[in-house]
Write a protein that binds this ligand. Structure first.
Ligand SMILES: NC(=O)c1ccc[n+]([C@@H]2O[C@H](COP(=O)([O-])OP(=O)(O)OC[C@H]3O[C@@H](n4cnc5c(N)ncnc54)[C@H](O)[C@@H]3O)[C@@H](O)[C@H]2O)c1
Length: 379
């Protein structure tokens, strides 16, 4: 079904991949009145059948080709990272819009092919970064736009998580460069990297290091990373990310704007809705405890996905709204390319020991215009 056809009153949806996160997509689409989930697909037939039964979906199939015979408008891509490209390219070829789980892909070329294929086919490609839909993250975006914070100049992002060995051993694709594409940056911190670039804009340069401190016996990829990121606006950010932390310290992203005002967005325990633990505007500072007393830090991971459902639902709703109105979804494939490019640059920088440069800094936005990104300071 091509997008050039009149917008259908009911959108026919198929779910590709019936693992953990597919439940969020099933719940989110099920919550919408003008959507009918017509098929689920998994290479594991038992998983496809179980999902069809649990959600009363009429068709359970084992290939994306079969799924695409169901006259779909939308395919939700809930398969492992390196398979996203194949599913999205098939959807685009069939004229079906795709809503793809993060990260868009594990390789830049894959992601670029996905974006190009959807553009050529005239279908929308959305990528799931549901943390942007928290009221607290929206409030920071609004404060940047309305001048309360103004243009962001500094950010500090800390993604300090706990993962047990069972997490990596649960599925064969986890923890390998080939099938997971990366570690904490690719799977977890990609959400916060998306928020960083949403708030601070285009990236000029990335310098980073990755390491594997505690999970090295069963994963190849990094369990820890640090980076210094410079933006074309002249803004600067630091990032630390790890799954080697015990107990789990959660996630914090602090932004300072050109007005000098600051805001901090905290997710603790992991999986809870983001909240503003610091709002320092003018003379007034509102501070809340980052780690409230009594909160259980090492939460059950299966419970985390369930807690994300309201925000998956908001993004799914936005995607359907975009199709109804013929506009772009809030987070497009092109947007998702940006977080992938940044995290891949951390890997490259760690490999080479050199910063990775994307673009010059606009000198007008820094007070030291003679100092360019990457330039060595003499003396
Ligand atoms: N947005 C979020 O917060 C969030 C949270 C968790 C996972 N995710 C993302 O969702 C995606 C899936 O993660 P998951 O935890 O559900 O993984 P999972 O391993 O639990 O589920 C993946 C499913 O896809 C199936 N599959 C594999 N290849 C397939 C193919 N070619 N066609 C059809 N089915 C196929 C597998 O059999 C499996 O059932 C990943 O990209 C992951 O990063 C996002």
């Amino acid at each position: 079904m091509t997008s050039s056809a009149a917008a259908p009153r009911t959108f026919r949806v198929g779910i590709a991949g019936c693992g953990a996160i597919s439940r969020n997509h099933l719940a989110a689409f099920r919550a919408l009145e003008n959507v009918q989930i017509v098929g689920v697909c998994d290479v594991d037939p038992d998983r496809a059948l179980a999902a069809a039964e649990a959600w009363a979906v009429p068709n359970a199939v084992t290939t994306v080709d079969e799924l695409l015979t169901l006259d779909l408008d939308i395919v939700s891509v809930c398969t492992p990272h390196p398979t996203h490209e194949e599913v999205v390219l098939k959807a685009a070829a069939a004229g079906v819009h795709a809503l793809c789980e993060k990260p868009i892909a594990t390789k830049l070329e894959s992601a670029e092919r996905m974006v190009a294929a959807c553009e050529e086919a005239g279908v929308q490609l959305g990528v799931l970064f549901q943390r942007r839909f928290w009221p607290a993250s929206q409030k920071i975006r609004a404060a940047i736009d309305d001048g309360t914070l103004g243009r962001a100049i500094l950010a500090q992002c800390s993604v300090m998580l706990h993962r047990a060995p069972e997490y990596y051993n649960r599925d064969a694709w986890r923890g390998t460069w080939e099938n997971d594409g990366g570690g904490v940056l690719m799977s977890q911190a990609v959400h916060q990297i998306d928020l960083l670039q949403w708030y601070l804009g285009d990236v000029a340069e990335v310098y980073g290091k990755v390491n594997t401190y505690r999970h090295g016996d069963y994963i190849e990829v990094e369990d820890s990373a640090t980076a210094v990121i410079t933006f074309t606006s002249g803004a600067m950010a630091t990032l630390e990310a790890s799954t080697a932390v015990s107990p789990n310290l959660g996630i914090q992203l602090r932004i300072t704007g050109e007005t000098g005002a600051s805001a901090s967005l905290t997710e603790f325990p992991e999986g809870s809705d983001g909240r503003l633990d610091l709002w320092a505007v003018g003379e007034k500072i509102v501070v809340e405890p980052v780690h409230p007393e009594g909160a259980e830090p090492n939460v059950d991971l299966s419970a985390i996905n369930g807690q994300l459902v309201p925000f998956h639902t908001l993004q799914v709703k936005d995607f359907v709204r975009a199709l109804e109105t013929g506009t772009e979804p809030a987070i497009t494939g092109k947007d998702a390319l940006k977080s992938l490019r940044i995290l891949l640059a951390v890997y490259e920088s760690s490999r080479t020991g050199e910063p990775v440069r994307f673009a010059p800094v606009h000198a007008a936005h820094t007070s030291i215009p003679e100092l360019r990104v990457g330039q060595k300071v003499e003396g």
